[in-house]
Write a protein that binds this ligand. Structure first.
Ligand SMILES: Cc1cc2nc3c(=O)[nH]c(=O)nc-3n(C[C@H](O)[C@H](O)[C@H](O)COP(=O)(O)OP(=O)(O)OC[C@H]3O[C@@H](n4cnc5c(N)ncnc54)[C@H](O)[C@@H]3O)c2cc1C
Length: 364
């Protein structure tokens, strides 16, 4: 009899898990439950940078697998056109607002005002860094799932039998409660994971970002900046040019509690205006560009490092978790989906070494 698997969460981790489960040769029945809409949280509002070899020993193998999967998924499903997959240079740049030098130091993209640059260094080449548009990736991958059932509802509880085996998920839409039966549940609810699994502690902080329409496209250089402003403050926005816009994000903020639903996340427009002002200090293209989106989302991270929690949940049977990917969830999403499909369908992860990410570390 085929397995009945429910995945909770339609961010990049849940979507990738649903994709690889739905393509698994054992042909399980797969349902994805999402409370708002696909990629409503950080997975729709992240930068989308992918890095091959920037990761610590606990996630290095997962990141390598995921980097390869990003490339092969793009080949298989026309990702260059559909979700803007492309290789790019990544640059670290220190700048000072106002004129500091003459000439253009080597390695500075032509859309950065050269006279503001103090120091520049390469962090990645098109062989080691790439990018995607994360929301478009999630929306396209959902379309490529085989026979996936999608339910838009808030998952309130993972239901367990007397011996703590998964038997389903209690959901709610507009006050109406419904039980979705399952023999296996995967919780991939990003920063909301702990609300469903109190013994998997995932913390979170809000971050703002903007997209900017510019007069001409910027060259494919991701920028990690450190900018000394005119009043002496140092700000560190990250800037990711895409095919048809430029994305920039600012610092994390600590004083905004996580709302119940991703669609209820509050945007502080003042923070978005600050990002625009700061990136405009080093680029006339960005200064003169028009902000097309102001947004905020919550970064999920494991309270006890290292890396995300990936594995069976201790004290439960047939309940798995994949959450807490911190600033590398877009990069490591497909790899996580692949290893979750192996765990759930084969009870053995073979594509990557993720033993140290097992959630049993919380109970030790
Ligand atoms: C500003 C910023 C920039 C970033 N840039 C990058 C980057 O360039 N590269 C990179 O690799 N990573 C980046 N990240 C990190 C990345 O965005 C996250 O690690 C990743 O999106 C997490 O994905 P997720 O699927 O675990 O969680 P989420 O994207 O938060 O998805 C969780 C989903 O679960 C749903 N959900 C939650 N609870 C329930 C429930 N009870 N019932 C039903 N559905 C539920 C939510 O609605 C949501 O859609 C960035 C993060 C931020 C904040």
């Amino acid at each position: 009899m085929s397995r009945k698997i429910v995945v909770i969460g339609g961010g990049i981790v849940g979507v990738s898990t649903a994709y690889f489960l739905s393509h698994h040769h054992s042909k399980p029945s797969v349902t994805l439950i999402e409370a708002s809409s696909i990629a409503a949280g950080a997975s729709g509002k992240a930068g989308g940078l992918l890095a091959l070899d920037w990761h610590g020993s606990d996630t290095a193998s997962l990141a390598r697998l995921s980097y390869e999967l990003h490339a092969s998924l793009a080949d298989k499903h026309s990702g260059r056109e559909r979700w803007g997959y492309r290789e790019l240079n990544t640059v670290e740049i220190s700048c000072q607002a106002g004129k500091t030098r003459n000439g253009r130091p080597t390695g500075v993209p032509n859309w950065v005002n050269p006279d503001t640059v103090l120091k520049v260094g390469s962090l990645g080449t098109p062989r080691t860094t790439a990018q995607i548009h994360p929301r478009r990736f999630c929306e396209a991958l959902i379309q490529e799932c085989k026979d996936l059932e999608i339910i838009i509802a808030h998952a309130r509880k993972v239901l367990l039998s007397g011996d703590k085996s998964a038997i389903g998920v209690e959901t709610e839409v507009n006050g109406e409660v419904k039980i979705i039966e399952a023999d296996t549940v995967v919780v991939a609810a990003g920063p909301w994971t702990t609300k469903l699994l109190p013994n998997v502690p995932i913390s979170t902080q809000r971050a703002h970002s903007i997209t900017v329409q510019t007069a001409e496209p910027a060259s494919p250089h991701a920028l990690f900046t450190s900018i000394r402003t005119e009043n002496g403050n140092v700000v560190t926005p990250e800037i990711y040019p895409r095919v048809d816009e430029i994305y920039a994000c600012g610092d994390l903020d600590t004083n905004a509690p996580l709302p119940k639903l991703a669609r209820e996340v509050q945007v502080d427009e003042e923070r978005c205006r600050e990002i625009k002002e700061n990136v405009g200090l080093i680029s006339d293209l960005l200064k003169e560009g028009v902000v097309t989106c102001m947004q905020a989302c919550y970064l999920p991270y494991s309270e006890i490092g290292p890396g995300p929690s990936i594995g069976w949940v201790p004290g439960m049977k047939n309940v798995a978790v994949a959450a807490g990917h911190s600033c590398w969830g877009i990069c490591n999403g497909p790899g996580t989906g692949k290893v979750m499909s192996e765990l759930v369908c084969e009870d053995k992860i073979s594509s990557a070494k993720v033993e140290t990410l097992d959630p049993s570390r919380y109970t030790q």
